[in-house]
Design a binder for this molecule. Structure first.
Ligand SMILES: Nc1ncnc2c1ncn2[C@@H]1O[C@H](COP(=O)(O)OP(=O)(O)OP(=O)(O)O)[C@@H](O)[C@H]1O
Ligand SMILES: [Mg+2]
Length: 295
């Protein structure tokens, strides 16, 4: 299937089926290359200059990390994910919209306990000054890269980050999280929320998802938005995505509540696959296996 058709197919068939689809009133038309023109300077996305409007994208382009943005995969409230091409193959470029113009969800619950290291920045963030908003956005993206690198290096099934681990490279990436694209030109990995599974696949997907959550807890992490909406299903494997809200259990005073909420969301969203687990039992197992009994 040609790329353009694949993008359209994926958006039409795989995305926002079910509840989310019907809830969204403002669903945009399927997007192809036309919708990426605003990423580029000028009218033509394929002008020879290929100048990006966003300075971070431009830098990634000049460094040869991105060759071309091929199309839009998914547009959400806070970020839009694009399919990009680069020397190492296809990548997913998650570009956060400008914090000034978006209604950024209140992230203080997730940020609680995170070390900022500079009182002035902390104050600016608390007071929501322009500098504070910019700093908060930078920290949010930087944090997602740090988490991705840590999990990737620990061998968890997550997309490989394509910027870093050098901190200055991650800072230069601005509001762009660039990572390995899970899928091929012909088929993008669907979310577990969007697929129909045979019962043996559902059982395997559940086991893998639970193991990944326990693995994270063993590393002292709570994902913070763990459900089938943030789990991709690819060639029989579960890949965890979406980490900006992930926190350290030892540092975040809300960690146990977030962990419990993750367990509840996971159990709830697996019901459609015929998996009916009791969240309390699952939470007990998680605490025991991740040695979180002190909490
Ligand atoms: N590395 C990737 N490979 C393939 N698809 C991806 C990748 N990263 C993200 N996606 C797709 O883009 C969607 C949005 O990504 P993500 O969940 O990280 O962003 P988000 O801002 O949380 O969006 P939403 O609020 O809609 O969940 C995912 O549901 C997934 O289908
Ligand atoms: Mg998500």
């Amino acid at each position: 299937m040609p790329l353009e058709a694949m993008l359209k197919y994926w958006q039409d068939e795989h995305y926002e089926s079910e509840e989310r689809f019907s809830k969204r009133q403002d669903r945009k038309k399927p997007k192809g290359r036309r919708s990426i023109t605003d990423l580029y300077v000028g009218e033509d996305a394929h002008s020879s200059a290929d100048q990006f409007a966003d300075s971070a994208l431009q830098l990634l382009f000049e460094r040869g990390i991105i060759k071309e943005i091929l199309g839009e995969l998914k547009s959400g409230k806070e970020a839009t994910v694009y399919l990009a091409d680069g020397p190492e193959g296809l990548m997913a470029a998650k570009i956060y919209s400008d914090m000034l113009v978006r209604s950024f969800r209140n992230d203080s619950m997730y940020r609680a306990g995170r070390f900022i290291g500079d009182d002035r920045i902390q104050k600016a963030i608390d007071q929501r000054t322009l500098n504070g908003i910019n700093a908060q956005q930078g920290l949010w993206v930087f944090h997602e890269y740090l988490q991705l690198w840590e999990l990737y290096r620990a061998g968890l099934k997550v997309p490989k980050p394509m910027v870093g681990p050098d901190a200055s490279d991650m800072v230069d990436a601005g509001r762009v999280v660039l990572m390995e694209f899970i899928g091929t030109r012909d088929a993008a990995a669907p979310r577990l929320s969007d697929v129909r599974l045979e019962s043996y696949e559902a059982e395997s997907a559940w086991q893998q998802s639970l193991e990944a959550l326990i693995q994270l807890a063993k590393m002292g992490k709570v994902h913070g938005d763990y459900s089938t909406y943030n789990l991709l299903w690819w060639q029989g494997e579960v890949i965890v995505i979406d980490f900006p809200q992930m926190g350290d259990i030892a540092e975040n005073p809300n960690a146990m509540m977030l962990l419990e909420r993750d367990v509840v969301s996971l159990c709830k969203t697996f019901k459609k696959h015929g998996i009916h687990e009791n969240p309390e039992g699952v939470f007990r197992e998680l605490r025991a296996r991740a040695l979180l009994s002190g909490f």
